[in-house]
Design a protein around this ligand. Structure first.
Ligand SMILES: Cc1ncc(COP(=O)(O)O)c(C=O)c1O
Ligand SMILES: N[C@@H](CCCC[NH3+])C(=O)O
Length: 497
């Protein structure tokens, strides 16, 4: 018999693989009270038991804006952005002069969010012409934008260079030629970074790991392709090489993957300096910091992460200091070591860790059905007015979410629940296993926390379902930052011949 640790803590005893029928254990507490760390800082329950965000009851939000809706606690988002910008970067000052934080807009980006990020002093990572357009509309300065993507189009590259982006992270030899050509055409020198596949097997879902050899991103370090790419960039007059980039994957809790990545990346950085006499001014370690979706996850704070990663970098950059000693001995006499082989400035690209916990999805229950799943066990299937079209992560990665009854308190017995969507698939599941009070009924609201990253940004119109709005709440006031799609929006795309 295997016991799911989270579910076990919540009182669910799984009998998977044992052949025995599942049995549920009694669960005594309110899920939100048990797991407050899953919710944004401004989320709590009022005296009536209604969940509130920054002082606004979810019942008011549902009445005014409808459901399903993504509800973001603006102060929570900003605080997490600030924690990376300030607490994470602080230890890097002594190690390499400082660090820059590029918010990864793929997690979630709209004009308001780009402005929050800008106001909190971060830079921005975009990976498409669409994300770049949003950044431009928000007034994001080009020099604080990084452009990613493994197949950027010429119009995207042109738009990026016209906006003066601070870095383009190149991903193939064809693309190096392409960027060089567009830069020549525009009469500019394009700043680029080379995305390196460092060969780390990140401990995460295989679809969101990105630094093992057999996948589409980057230039392999092991095969020599990364050095070849560096040389290709150095050979182009319309390109300037800022540095090397590595992103090992997403929803990672273990610094050891970053440590191996840093060691290998610094190794290549030193090799470039040694072979070509080029001291690259930057180095980017990507994003990927995990968040808590359930009690199974225990993420590090940005301060803790920063301290650990700065220590790792300090250790690994000793490789560069050895080169500096060599160079100083050979060429520079008494010149300070720092001028012989200066340490690169570090940057990172967190997305999920800033956006994810700031948001919950608010759904209204439409139907409740009890299904017998064993002689002593039944599962309550709660259908909500959304599903895999607004949160595909459960279906795509087997992601685990929690939920809570949000519109009232209930003293009813807890029931093992699966929250499902309204789409035409049995895999249309939002929350696999959680407890809800057994008296939940149509019209009740539930909140699914941790949906700020890769939910709205990966939302679809499956079954011609209009995508939900994003409602930002701050200081007792809720407002729309992304409006709800309408059937008219969907019909507008459909050519009526
Ligand atoms: C290149 C790059 N940088 C940053 C990120 C952001 O990752 P996360 O949201 O896990 O921090 C991603 C996505 O995994 C990415 O591909
Ligand atoms: N979309 C993925 C993460 C991929 C991030 C982009 N490289 C998720 O929801 O977890």
């Amino acid at each position: 018999m295997t016991i799911n640790m989270r579910a076990h803590e919540a009182g669910i005893l799984h009998a998977e693989g044992s052949g025995a029928a599942p049995q549920w254990l009694p669960y005594p507490r309110d899920v939100m009270e048990l797991l407050p760390q899953l919710y944004a800082k401004g989320v709590s329950r009022d005296e009536e038991g209604v969940v509130t965000v920054a002082g606004v009851p979810v019942t008011d939000i549902a009445r005014e804006f409808g459901t399903a809706a993504y509800v973001v606690d603006e102060d929570d988002f900003r605080a997490r952005a600030r924690a990376f910008q300030e607490d994470f970067t602080r230890p890097f000052v002594a190690v390499c002069g400082g660090a820059d934080v590029y918010y990864a807009g793929k997690a979630f980006l709209c004009t308001a969010v780009a402005r929050w990020v800008l106001e909190e002093g971060l830079s921005l990572d975009v990976c498409s012409g669409g994300e770049l357009a949003v950044a431009r509309r928000a007034g994001f300065p080009g020099e604080r934008i990084a452009l990613h993507g493994n197949n950027k189009s010429i119009p995207e590259l042109r738009a990026a260079l016209e906006h003066g982006v601070g870095r383009i992270v190149v991903d193939s030899l064809v693309e190096i030629e392409r960027v060089a050509e567009v830069a020549r055409e525009l009469g500019v020198v394009a700043p680029v970074m080379v995305r390196v596949t460092v060969g780390v097997e990140a401990h995460t879902h295989e679809f969101i790991a990105t630094a093992h050899e057999d996948q589409k991103f980057g230039f392999s370090l092991a095969s020599g392709a990364a050095m070849e790419a560096v040389e290709a960039v150095l050979g182009q007059e319309s390109l300037t090489l800022l540095g090397l980039h590595s992103h090992i994957g997403s929803q990672i809790f273990d610094v050891s993957g970053f440590e191996i990545a840093a060691r290998r990346l610094v190794g290549l950085h030193v090799e470039v300096a040694r072979r070509h006499g080029v001291h690259l001014p930057e180095m980017d370690l990507g994003g990927g910091y995990g968040i808590a979706y359930t009690s199974e996850h225990d993420p590090m704070t940005p301060a803790h992460l920063g301290a650990d990663m700065a220590a790792v970098l300090d250790r690994e950059l000793k490789q560069l200091d050895d080169l500096a000693d060599e160079l100083a001995g050979d060429q520079l006499g008494d010149d300070p070591v720092a001028t012989a082989a200066p340490r690169p400035r570090i940057s990172i690209e967190p997305g999920r860790a800033i956006a994810g916990p700031s948001t919950f999805t608010l759904y209204e229950i439409g139907t409740v059905k009890r299904v017998q799943v064993g002689p002593q066990a039944e599962r309550m299937y709660v259908s909500v007015d959304g599903g895999m079209s607004d949160n595909v992560r459960t279906a795509l990665y087997g992601a685990d979410y929690s939920c809570t009854l949000a519109s009232r308190r209930s003293d009813a017995e807890p029931a093992v629940t699966r929250v499902v969507g309204r789409h035409c698939e049995s895999g249309d599941i939002v929350v696999m296993d959680e407890y809800l009070p057994a008296d939940v009924e149509p019209g009740d609201l539930i909140a699914v926390p941790g949906t700020g990253a890769y939910c709205r940004s990966m939302a679809s119109q499956y079954n011609h379902t209009p995508r939900p709005p994003v409602i930002a709440v701050r200081d007792g006031h809720a407002r729309v930052i992304v409006r709800r799609e309408t059937i008219e929006d969907i019909l507008a795309l459909d050519v009526d011949e």
